[in-house]
Design a binder for this molecule. Structure first.
Ligand SMILES: NC(=O)c1ccc[n+]([C@@H]2O[C@H](COP(=O)([O-])OP(=O)(O)OC[C@H]3O[C@@H](n4cnc5c(N)ncnc54)[C@H](OP(=O)(O)O)[C@@H]3O)[C@@H](O)[C@H]2O)c1
Length: 275
């Protein structure tokens, strides 16, 4: 099956960045869309743009997917409406700082949005896809899934959940035409890196060549669903080579050790600041 088979696609995180770029690409391919995120004005703006440009139908479904009510609303839409041919779960946010300093609420919201959201939406669309023997699922993961280091522990852990889920599903679905891909970009120029969470990060210190445009990630991801398909996609050759070196014995451990030590604040024994 080609990913260009026209049907209905559900895109989470469609109000911005990578999710919005998936919505635009799938619309250009002729998919009708259900787009969801919290900011309804952004969804409406995108819907108007895509209807105008491609003559498709676009339904907006504002929802906070880190809450059980929000997730339930989207699940209800999947069960009640037309069958979903394509699911993209891009909604996500970052955390930075020591795990012990994170508010409990942030932990709950991140695990709900990244992990429970993915598992629950995939579980909702899969029966229909298996029955029709076709379907595409993209989980927007991150290079951070492979780079578990201090100050990004929770974020990395939730993203490695997505990779493991995609790997398991690939095995379970191998005899069908349903494909699942966890896409793992490095730094992408979106609003993600403009949030207060990342205020202290020196993005200007990262050379331009390491930044990806959301459109580049999406183009490679959609192409690789049908060409040399793998359940885990690292979209750039440079990042794939870096991961190869990290996984090499000796040199990999050395680099991991250096990354862990450089520029990271270590927790000192004693009462953590927030208590
Ligand atoms: N940018 C990067 O460098 C980078 C790198 C690797 C992976 N990623 C991953 O890429 C995905 C998309 O991020 P992005 O870079 O496109 O950032 P973005 O521009 O900030 O987009 C994040 C999207 O997630 C939605 N979202 C956040 N919290 C939500 C919630 N509680 N309920 C529903 N929707 C929610 C946002 O919409 P509303 O605010 O309107 O709800 C927005 O549409 C994330 O999963 C992120 O982890 C990003």
């Amino acid at each position: 099956m080609s990913s260009k088979t026209v049907g209905l696609a559900l895109v989470t995180g469609a109000s911005s960045g990578i999710g919005r770029s998936y919505a635009r690409s799938l619309a250009a391919d002729g998919y009708n869309l259900v787009i969801t995120a919290r900011r309804s004005d952004r969804l409406k703006e995108l819907a108007d743009e895509l209807i105008q440009a491609h003559g498709i139908s676009v339904e907006t479904l504002p929802a906070d997917l880190s809450s059980s009510d929000g997730l339930e609303a989207v699940r209800r839409r999947i069960y009640e409406g037309t069958v979903i041919e394509f699911l993209v779960h891009s909604a996500g946010f970052g955390t930075r700082g020591h795990f012990v300093d994170l508010e409990e609420d942030v932990i709950t919201r991140m695990v709900n949005l990244h992990c429970l959201g993915a598992a629950s939406l995939v579980r909702s669309v899969l029966p229909g896809m298996i029955e029709r023997n076709r379907g595409r699922i993209i989980l927007v993961s991150s290079l951070a899934a492979f780079l578990t280091t201090a100050e990004y522990s929770l974020y990395s852990a939730t993203k490695s959940f997505l990779n493991t889920l995609a790997l398991g599903l690939r095995d379970e679905l191998a005899a069908t035409e349903v494909r699942v891909q966890a896409v793992c970009p490095g730094l992408v120029k979106t609003e993600f890196v403009e949030t207060p969470t990342f205020n202290g990060f020196r993005y200007e210190g990262v050379p331009e060549k390491y930044w990806l445009a959301p459109e580049t990630v999406v183009k490679e991801s959609l192409y690789r669903l049908d060409h040399r398909y793998r359940p885990i996609l690292v979209p750039t050759a440079g990042a794939r080579m870096f991961l190869g070196i990290l996984n090499a014995p000796l040199i990999g451990n050395l680099i991991r050790g250096m990354m862990g030590a450089s520029g990271r604040r270590r927790i000192k024994a004693g009462k953590p600041a927030m208590f």
